[in-house]
Design a protein. Sequence first.
Length: 225
Amino acid sequence: MYRYETHCHISTTSACSRLSAEDAVELYTRNGYAGVFITDHFLNGNTTVDRTLSYREQIHAFCEGYRAVKECAKDRLQVFFGLEFSDCGTDVLLYGWDEEALMHEEAILKMDLSALCRYCAERGVLTVHAHPFRDAERADGFRMVREAEGVEVMNSARSALSNALAQTYAAGCGKLMTGGSDCHAKGQPVLSGMEFETRLSSERDFAACIRRGEGKIFTVPNALA
């Protein structure tokens, strides 16, 4: 089986992360992963990118974390591109675009999540509602994203309650289900992700596998914690 991290933030680009590119490669190779998706906070989220730059310059800067991990990993770890899009505290993971594609997608910054998910669906980009019950203890902490294709039902950085509620939400709405670590630090106690019988070839291949129901969610204790 081939294991993949689907939700990871690098300190180069995500302001809340303490995980360097070198640490990320060590973390996932030591824990037996075949690959990792770098899903840094996009330009409308908790990013380090200078928003006074032109849009194309911002996208180039946004991809620095991904490029750093890819360069560091070389042939030891597959590295794929993703992003976490934010709107008023609700987040959606996107899989299927790369740096060149994003250079032509400035319009998404003006979209709400419903419009974004419809736009992505038309272009084959997979949308996954990330940690929908991140604030599970608050009655007003949940916002449904009806148009998202999937829901992250296992986020190993969140509580068991948060994940249980996400599972119920996804099952009740007939959503695709994914798991990921939402990793921000090398010492996170538990990691998660998706495992497949065959090696992934691209971001689009990952999306296709999830849509066919081929992935299996897993969790594993972090060997570096």
